[in-house]
Design a protein around this ligand. Structure first.
Ligand code: HEC
Ligand code: HEC
Length: 207
């Protein structure tokens, strides 16, 4: 008993001291790696989003939304259907704890300033068509702000654009305040393209 107790204390001290110790990955994540990457950084070519480092609550909420159909995606629904609330929390915590990693290559930044301006300053401010700066919620450099605002930096441009058009069409909807729906419906196709390419070219690590 004494020995076992000491082992637990020692293990806790080691884990606390290293600060990086992680619980064993939830068993489901083996299935996710094929698309979201073993390191959770997604697949820019295929347009699969990175999950690593995203806010726990945000990821948890998305898995709930895929299961219950407020975010409609056939692939993700099949994976989310069998997950319990405890599974969603464990998976979200696991991906949150993975560090965002700088990719070997980022797409080139768009040459015109439309996307950067929209992200940092918004558009039409002072009119009845005011689009708030994306960074006012998603953080400087699009790095995200926990718990509710996901990182956009380094996400595939095609993925970002698809989310914005999904909000326009209603196939993705938030349960309560509809922040993104209200913004997406004001964006033109040219603005969606520009802002998606802008965020895709930003490093997910901020440097
Ligand atoms: C066959 C490929 C594939 C597999 C396997 C897969 N996903 Fe996905 N995942 C996607 C696609 C595609 C999207 C984007 C869906 C959309 O556009 O709404 C996505 C989106 C997500 C999102 C939302 C990310 C965000 O930023 O909003 C989460 C969370 C997620 N997947 C978790 C998982 C988990 C957990 C697993 C394993 C249990 C998994 N995925 C397995 C393809 C996959
Ligand atoms: C008022 C706050 C707010 C502003 C401003 C804002 N967003 Fe968002 N955004 C959110 C919230 C909240 C979510 C998460 C929605 C959810 O839970 O489904 C989100 C999610 C997203 C996502 C989904 C990311 C993912 O991983 O799936 C994209 C893409 C996005 N926003 C793009 C933008 C762009 C582009 C702008 C600027 C034109 C913008 N947002 C401005 C609040 C905001």
């Amino acid at each position: 008993m004494i020995k076992a107790g000491m082992f637990v204390v020692a293990a806790a001290l080691i884990a606390g001291g290293l600060g990086t110790a992680q619980a064993a990955p939830p068993p489901q994540v083996a299935q996710c790696a094929g698309c979201h990457g073993a390191n959770g950084m997604g697949n820019p070519v295929a347009g699969f989003p990175a999950l690593a480092g995203q806010p726990t609550e945000y990821l948890e909420q998305q898995l709930y939304a895929f299961k219950h159909g407020t975010r409609r995606n056939a692939i993700m629904k099949s994976f989310a259907l069998g997950l319990t609330a405890a599974d969603r929390r464990a998976i979200a915590t696991y991906y949150h704890d993975l560090p965002a990693i700088a990719p070997t290559a980022l797409p080139a930044a768009p040459s015109d300033a439309t996307g950067a301006t929209l992200a940092m300053n918004g558009a039409g401010i002072g009119t009845d068509h005011a689009i708030p700066a994306c960074d006012s919620c998603h953080g400087a450099g699009g790095l995200g702000v926990a718990p509710a605002f996901p990182r956009l930096a380094g996400e595939p441009a095609a993925y970002i654009a698809a989310q914005l058009t999904d909000w326009q069409s209603g196939s993705r909807s938030e349960t309560d305040v509809h922040l993104m729906h209200n913004i997406a419906v004001m964006l033109s196709p040219a603005q969606i393209k520009a802002v998606s390419e802008y965020f895709a070219a930003l490093p997910p690590t901020g440097k």
